[in-house]
Design a protein around this ligand. Structure first.
Ligand code: AMP
Length: 591
C-alpha cells in the first residue's frame, strides 16, 4: 500500500485526544509529543507561542485568558471563544489540536498524513459533526469518516471483525465531558447500532467540580473567602480535585492538598489539606452516576431489550475507572463489564480500525451506523375542527435509522394561491417543531399547482450520509423542479473561503510563534522590575510549559508565581524574597 494513503484514527475528546493507526494489521496507539493522551487544550504563551496539550494545560492554571479547554462542548454552536485577546471559532481551536495530532502522526510514521477518521459522541448533532469535519479541513486533514465513539469501541474490541459472531453489546462511555450509551448488535461482521442515549454534558469534569465545590464550601465556612471568585485558586482547586478523584479510584482515601491557596485579612497564608474518602466522593457524585443508569434504561427501552438480552458490556472512557461505575453498571446489567482494552484508548483504536478498513488494509469488517435523532420538517394542518394547527414536527428520517439513508414524504400546500413554501428542517423527538433543534431552512418558490383544488404537491426528500450530513430536496410533483439545501445552517457552516481564511489565520499565529521572541513572559500581569525576579519567573514559565511536568507540581509553581506577583503589587520586598526562595526550591526539584 502507498504509505501516503495511510489514514489515521483520532479520538478528538473533550478532555484528551488520542491517535491510533493500523500497523501490520493491528490497531496501535501513536504517541503525540511522547504522550499517549494529548490534553485537549490550546493556549498562546505570553511569547506568542502556540501551546497544545500538556503545556496548555499547565498554562491554564496561571493564564486562563490565554488558554481554551473543553472546546468540544462548543463545537457547532456558532459561538466564538477568546484566546489571548483574539477570537476564534470552535473549529479553529479544534484545528490547533488536530494539527498537533497530524504532526505527531507524521513524526511517528515518518511520512506525510492527509486523511483521518474522527470520532464524535453518538449524541452529536449533524451541525456538530459538520463542524468537526471543518476543523479537520482547517488542520489540513481530509476527514474520511466521522464515526460514533461507542461504535469505535466495539470495533476496537475486535467484535466488528469476527464474521462468525452474533452478539449484542452495550457500550457505556463516560469520559471527561460527555457520556454515551450505545446498544450495538454484531451480526456476522456487520456492526449495527440498535439504540443510543447519553448526555453531552456529563463526565469527569463534573465530578471534579463537585469535589472542588465541596472544598470551596468548607473553605468559605471556615474563612469567609469564596475561592470560586479567584480564577487562579479555582483552577488549582479543580486540578487537585481531579487528582484526588483519580487517587480515589485506587485507594479508599486521598488527600486534597492545596497549600497557599489564599490569604486572610492579616495576609497570613491559608491552606487546604483535606482527606476525602471514596465513600464521601461517591455520595457527592451519586446523582450524576444515577443519571447514567437512567440512560441505560432509556437505551434498553428504545431497543426493546432487557438486561438479559445483552451479551457483553464494554466500559470506555477514563471515568469508568471509578469503582462505583463498575458496581452500578454490573448491578443494573446483571453481568461484569469488559475492560480488556485501556478505556482511554478504545475509541481511538476503533477509529484506526475504521481508518484501516477505508484505506483497504487487511481488516475484515463493515460498519453500519444509525442516526441518533429523528430528522424532519415543520408543517401545519387544519384539524378536524377546522382550526389551523401550526408548529408540528413531521419526522422524515426516524431516530435509530441505519445510515446512509434516504427517505421522502409527500406534502401539500395549505392554500390555492400559495406559490412558495418555507422548509424548516429540525432534528429532535418533540412533536412540536420549535422545541427541536433547527438545522436550517430554505424556500421552494414559484410553485405550480398540480391538483384540481389548486393546491401543490411536493415531495420532501432527506438524504443522510454516513457522516451525518443531511441533504434536503423539495421536488414539485407537476414540473419535477427541485430545490435543495445541504442544511442551510450556514451560521455554523463554513465555506471553502472561510476555511482557507481560518487556515491562514492559524498560519499567522504559528508564524508569530516562530518569529522574534521578545521574551517578556508575564507582561500581561504586574510589571516585574527586578531583573533577577524576571529571569526567575521566566524560568518558571518555561518549566510550566514542560509536557512532563507533574500536575501537582505545576499547580504549586503556579501558586508561588502568583504569590510573587501579589507581593510585587504590594511592594512587599520581604515577601518577594521569601516566595522567590520557595520558587527556586521548587524549580530545583524539577530541573
Ligand atoms: P477521557 O475523556 O476518556 O480521556 O476521560 C477523561 C476523564 O477520565 C477525566 O475526567 C479524568 O479525570 C478521568 N479519569 C482518568 N483516569 C481516572 C481514574 N483512574 N479514576 C477516575 N477518573 C479518571
Amino acid at each position: 500500500m502507498n504509505t501516503s494513503e495511510k489514514i489515521i484514527g483520532i479520538d478528538l475528546g473533550t478532555t484528551n485526544s488520542v491517535l491510533a493507526v493500523i500497523q501490520n494489521g493491528v490497531p496501535t496507539l501513536l504517541p503525540i509529543n511522547g504522550q499517549r493522551l494529548l490534553p485537549s487544550l490550546v493556549g498562546i504563551s505570553p511569547a506568542g507561542e502556540v501551546l497544545v496539550g500538556t503545556p496548555a494545560r499547565n498554562q491554564w492554571v496561571v493564564a486562563p485568558d490565554r488558554t481554551v479547554r473543553s472546546i468540544k462542548r462548543k463545537m457547532g454552536r456558532g459561538e466564538l471563544v477568546t484566546m489571548a485577546g483574539k477570537s476564534y471559532t470552535p473549529q479553529e481551536i479544534s484545528a490547533f489540536i488536530l494539527r498537533e495530532i497530524k504532526q505527531g502522526a507524521e513524526a511517528a510514521l515518518g511520512y506525510p498524513v492527509r486523511r483521518a477518521v474522527i470520532t464524535v459522541p453518538a449524541y452529536f448533532t449533524e451541525v456538530q459533526r459538520q463542524a468537526t469535519i471543518e476543523a479537520g479541513e482547517i488542520a489540513g486533514l481530509a476527514v474520511e469518516r466521522i464515526i460514533n465513539e461507542p461504535t469505535a469501541s466495539a470495533l476496537a474490541y475486535g467484535y466488528g471483525l469476527d464474521t462468525d459472531q452474533h452478539l449484542r453489546m452495550l457500550v457505556y462511555d463516560l469520559g471527561g465531558g460527555t457520556f454515551d450509551i450505545s446498544i450495538i448488535e454484531l451480526n456476522y461482521g456487520v456492526v449495527e447500532v440498535l439504540a443510543t442515549a447519553g448526555d453531552n454534558f456529563l463526565g469527569g469534569d463534573d465530578f471534579d467540580e463537585r469535589l472542588a465545590n465541596m472544598l470551596a464550601d468548607e473553605f468559605m465556612e471556615a474563612h469567609d473567602i469564596d475561592l470560586r471568585q479567584d480564577h487562579q485558586a479555582w483552577a488549582r482547586l479543580l486540578r487537585v480535585a481531579e487528582e484526588t478523584k483519580i487517587e480515589l479510584s485506587a485507594a479508599p482515601f486521598a488527600t486534597a492538598n492545596l497549600e497557599f491557596i489564599a490569604r486572610d485579612l492579616q495576609h497570613k497564608p491559608l491552606h487546604i489539606i483535606r482527606e476525602v474518602s471514596r465513600y464521601e466522593f461517591e455520595a457527592l457524585i451519586g446523582d450524576l452516576l444515577d443519571r447514567t443508569i437512567t440512560c441505560i434504561d432509556q437505551a434498553l427501552g428504545d431497543a426493546k431489550l432487557t438486561a438479559a438480552d445483552i451479551d457483553r458490556v464494554l466500559l470506555v472512557g477514563g471515568s469508568t475507572r471509578i469503582p462505583a461505575v463498575w458496581d452500578l453498571v454490573s448491578v443494573r446489567l446483571e453481568r461484569e463489564p469488559h475492560l480488556e482494552i485501556d478505556p482511554d484508548a478504545a475509541v481511538a483504536l476503533g477509529a484506526a480500525v475504521q481508518a484501516g478498513i477505508i484505506a483497504g488494509e487487511d481488516i475484515n469488517a463493515i460498519l453500519v451506523d444509525v442516526t441518533p435523532f429523528s430528522l424532519g420538517i415543520e408543517a401545519a394542518e387544519f384539524g378536524i375542527t377546522g382550526h389551523l394547527q401550526i408548529d408540528m414536527f413531521i419526522p422524515i428520517i426516524r431516530r435509530n435509522n441505519t445510515v446512509p439513508v434516504q427517505k421522502s414524504q409527500l406534502f401539500v400546500t395549505m392554500f390555492p394561491s400559495q406559490d412558495k413554501i418555507q422548509i424548516k428542517v429540525y432534528q429532535g423527538e418533540s412533536p412540536i417543531a420549535s422545541q427541536n433543534v433547527l438545522l436550517g431552512e430554505f424556500m421552494a418558490e414559484e410553485l405550480q399547482p398540480n391538483r384540481p383544488d389548486g393546491l401543490t404537491e411536493v415531495t420532501v426528500n432527506f438524504q443522510l450520509d454516513i457522516n451525518g450530513i443531511l441533504d434536503a430536496t423539495v421536488t414539485e410533483r407537476k414540473t419535477g423542479k427541485k430545490t435543495s439545501a445541504q442544511l442551510k445552517a450556514s451560521r455554523q457552516r463554513l465555506s471553502l473561503e472561510e476555511i482557507a481564511q481560518s487556515q491562514a489565520k492559524l498560519d499567522v499565529v504559528y508564524g508569530d510563534s516562530r518569529g522574534e521572541m521578545e521574551f517578556s513572559p508575564l507582561d500581561d500581569m504586574v510589571q516585574i522590575v527586578d531583573p533577577g525576579v524576571a529571569v526567575l519567573l521566566d524560568r518558571a514559565q518555561k518549566t510550566l510549559a514542560r509536557p512532563d511536568l507533574d500536575g501537582e507540581m505545576a499547580a504549586e509553581i503556579a501558586g508561588v508565581v502568583m504569590d510573587i506577583h501579589r507581593a510585587t503589587a504590594d511592594s512587599n520586598n520581604e515577601k518577594i524574597e521569601e516566595y522567590c526562595d520557595r520558587l527556586i526550591d521548587l524549580l530545583l526539584e524539577v530541573e
